[in-house]
Design a protein around this ligand. Structure first.
Ligand SMILES: [Zn+2]
Length: 467
């Protein structure tokens, strides 16, 4: 869109979330950029005024980890539908993972996806594969893809199994200034497991995969980071020991970052009790002690970001029996509400019962009441740090697209207006995603995205996508 045709917009009466504090104020956006922030801004003639009363006004969210499925699985999602879901979830930018069909493992594929992403409602950054065909045998042409602007490389969906190959990938990536992102999963140790190996897998008679399948690859890769000096990002941490390994690595000064998903900070392996394939995901849902550790890792800064791992699957594939259904959950439209409920609400708040239940230690029933008090984020500044500024910095979308704030005059007009007072129930059929495989179906969430501006264009107004 030509900047001259962009509307002038005033976000009126919200609480503006800055880098270190949140203050009441209006935001004036003109020509794609923020031009003023403060109380009682005069409304220029011809501008549109969007009500932000009672809302948090923060920088547009940035997702480090989304599967948009195009090319190859357009029946599950397209860049258009996935980016509309992202906009409705408060995002201004997402990183699209490389496990498309065919995978994004060569320059022409990068160009093709970038071309498809041009008209998208949010900015779509293309991730490249680390290995050819994501087969884990030979390196993909990282330099040629980096020359096209690819900044994150990952075989996500699979981990790079061979340590020697991963070492070479890190040595190759370092001078290119790109980031390798690992899906930690040792396939030998997984050995056909379809859920977390523990009390629930025994009870249900389903083959389990041990937490060690994640932790051993993470430990190996932390050693490779120490050896090579190359930075590395760890996708979807899900166990207490993973969080502890990253905590120690950071204390040691290793250049590592990490993310966690909304589902790993709210749901436990007890959900699998009903054999509903909606709860099949990799890494699998874990016991409550792991959930608590992941939350603690986000709260103390060990884990940098909440990332969705939005993984759409067409309905017919998710109607298979649990052990045959593909792993994965959608998450773009619910991530901010789920993270807000899990990380920002305390015992004095009216927290939905399902969110209280998962804060408990390992219990045989997923539906106990009387949760112990859980630590929580100090507030909105930290929430937007986890979902906007840190992921923007990790992905390079701060420098490249002006994502992640801080909100200030001159900054790009990427804004997310979130109403923490609105409560809603997730209707999987009502979303913009082409798939409906959300584990939060019919659950009550607290807080909802009201308006979203991307580069000054109101793409979501009053909870409705504008195109
Ligand atoms: Zn993954």
């Amino acid at each position: 869109m030509a900047e001259a045709r962009l509307p002038t917009v005033v976000l009126r009466g919200g609480t503006v979330v800055g880098a270190d504090r949140a203050e009441r104020g209006d935001v004036l956006v003109e020509g794609g950029r923020i031009v003023a922030i403060g109380p009682g801004i005069e409304v220029p003639r011809g501008s549109s005024v969007l009500d932000a009363g009672g809302c948090l006004v923060g920088p547009g969210l940035v997702d480090l980890h989304a599967h948009l499925r195009e090319p190859g699985h357009e029946e599950a999602e397209t860049i258009e539908t996935g980016s509309r879901a992202a906009a409705l979830g408060g995002y201004s930018a997402v990183v699209a993972m490389a496990n498309t069909d065919p995978p994004i493992d060569h320059p022409a594929a990068v160009r093709a996806v970038a071309e498809l992403a041009k008209g998208a409602l949010v900015e779509v950054a293309v991730a490249g594969a680390i290995t050819k065909g994501r087969a884990g045998e030979r390196l993909a042409p990282l330099a040629e893809m980096a020359a096209l602007g690819v900044r994150i490389f990952s075989d996500d969906g699979r981990g790079v199994q061979h340590a020697g190959l991963m070492r070479r990938a890190l040595e190759y990536a370092r001078p290119l200034g790109v980031l390798l992102a690992q899906h930690c999963e040792d396939e030998d140790l997984v050995a056909g497991g379809v859920m977390h190996e523990g009390a629930w897998s025994s009870r249900l008679g389903l083959p389990g995969q041990p937490a060690l399948a994640e932790e051993s690859m993470l430990a190996r890769d932390l050693d490779l980071v120490r050896l090579t000096g190359a930075p590395m990002h760890f996708l979807h941490l899900s166990t207490a020991r993973s969080v502890e390994l990253v905590r120690r690595a950071r204390a040691e000064g290793l250049p590592v970052t990490a993310e966690a998903t909304p589902h790993h900070l709210t749901l436990t392996d007890a959900e699998v009790a009903g054999f509903d394939p909606l709860y099949r995901v990799n890494p699998p849902l874990r016991p409550a002690a792991d959930v608590a550790a992941v939350r603690a890792g986000l709260l103390d800064g060990t884990i940098d970001a909440v990332a969705t791992d939005h993984a759409p699957h067409a309905p017919d594939t998710k109607e298979l029996p649990f052990d045959q259904a593909p792993p994965g959950m959608i998450g773009l439209e619910t991530a901010l509400s789920v993270a807000y409920g899990a990380l920002c609400l305390g015992p004095e708040d009216d927290v939905p019962g399902w969110l209280r239940a998962v804060a408990e230690p390992d219990a045989p029933s997923p539906r106990r009441s009387q949760a112990p008090p859980v630590p929580r984020l100090a507030g909105a500044v930290e929430l937007f740090r986890l979902m906007s500024s840190r992921p923007a910095a990790i992905s390079g979308l701060d420098a490249r697209g002006g994502h992640g704030g801080p909100l200030a005059p001159g900054a790009r007009g990427h804004l997310c207006v979130f109403d923490p007072g609105e409560r809603w129930r997730v209707d999987p059929g009502a979303g913009a995603s082409r798939s409906a495989n959300t584990p939060f179906a019919s659950r009550e969430l607290v807080g909802r995205v009201r308006h979203v501006l991307v580069a000054g264009e109101p793409v979501v107004v009053g909870g409705e996508a504008q195109r």
